[in-house]
Design a protein around this ligand. Structure first.
Ligand SMILES: NC(=O)CC[C@H](N)C(=O)O
Length: 225
C-alpha cells in the first residue's frame, strides 16, 4: 500500500508528509504531477506549500494540472484523498470538496498553533479521536479562511461533513478562537465521499515526537483505515 504525495511546482510539505506517513508505518512516495498517478496507489495526499506561487488564487493553477482529473477518478473509485493546507486549497479549487479557502481576515500570513474541536469522529480521518475532543495543530497560511454560501454550509453541517472547527483550549467555538475568519470556524471538511478530506491545519507537522505535539497522527492514520 503506497500513498502518492503529489508534488507541484512550489509544493513544500511533500517531504514532511512522506516522513510523517512513514513514521506511522504507511508507505508513501512523492509523485511529480507531470508524471501522472501510479497505477497501484492506495491513497493520495495533496501536500502544503505555495504551488505556482499562489498566483491567481492559492491552489487555482495546480487544480488545473491534468493529474487532478486522475485524482478525481481515483477518489470516485474510493481511493482516500487528503488535502492539507495548499492541498486543501487545490482540493476546493478542483471541486473535490465544496467551498473555497481565501485570504485570512487579518490579510496576513499566520503561523501559529491552534486548537481544533473534532466535529465528526466517524470518518477514516477522525476515527482516532473522540467527538468533541480538543486537539492541537499548527497552521501556516495566508489564504485559509473558509468561505461557502450559507445554504451549502447548512447542508455540510446537517450532513455531518465538518471534520474540525477552530476552538479555544476548552473546546469553545467562538469568534475569538477563529484564527482566520473561516465561516462557522470550519478548519476541515469531507467531500461527498467521506474518504476525501481537506483541512488547513497541518497534521504532518504534528506527527513526529521529536518535533512537538503528535495530535496529527490520527488524521494520517486515515490512510491505513
Ligand atoms: N503551508 C501552506 O501550505 C501554505 C498555504 C498557502 N499557500 C497560503 O499561504 O495560503
Amino acid at each position: 500500500m503506497t500513498v502518492a504525495v503529489i508534488r507541484f511546482g512550489g509544493s513544500n510539505c511533500d517531504r514532511d508528509s512522506v516522513q510523517a506517513l512513514e513514521h506511522l508505518g504507511i508507505d508513501a512516495e512523492i509523485v511529480w504531477h507531470e508524471d501522472g498517478l501510479p497505477a497501484d496507489v492506495s491513497g493520495i495526499m495533496l501536500p502544503g506549500g505555495f504551488s505556482y506561487g499562489d498566483y491567481l488564487r492559492a491552489g487555482a493553477m495546480a487544480a488545473r494540472s491534468p493529474i487532478m482529473a486522475e485524482v478525481r477518478e481515483a477518489a470516485d473509485e474510493g481511493v482516500p484523498v487528503l488535502g492539507v493546507c495548499n492541498g486543501a486549497q487545490v482540493g476546493c479549487e478542483s471541486r473535490l470538496t465544496p467551498g473555497v479557502f481565501t485570504t485570512n481576515e487579518s490579510a496576513r500570513f499566520q503561523c501559529e498553533h491552534v486548537h481544533l474541536r473534532v466535529e465528526n469522529a466517524d470518518t477514516p480521518w477522525t476515527s482516532a479521536y473522540e467527538e468533541g475532543e480538543v486537539v492541537e495543530f499548527p497552521i501556516a497560511h495566508g489564504e485559509g479562511r473558509y468561505e461557502i454560501d450559507d445554504n451549502r454550509l447548512d447542508e455540510l453541517e446537517s450532513e455531518d461533513r465538518i471534520l474540525f472547527k477552530y476552538c479555544d483550549a476548552e473546546g469553545e467555538v467562538t469568534p475569538e478562537s477563529n484564527p482566520n475568519g473561516s465561516k462557522h470556524n470550519v478548519a476541515g471538511i469531507v467531500g461527498e465521499r467521506g474518504t476525501v478530506a481537506v483541512m488547513m491545519p497541518h497534521p504532518e507537522r504534528a506527527s513526529l515526537p521529536d518535533v512537538g505535539p503528535v495530535d496529527g497522527q490520527g488524521v494520517l492514520q486515515g490512510f491505513a483505515e
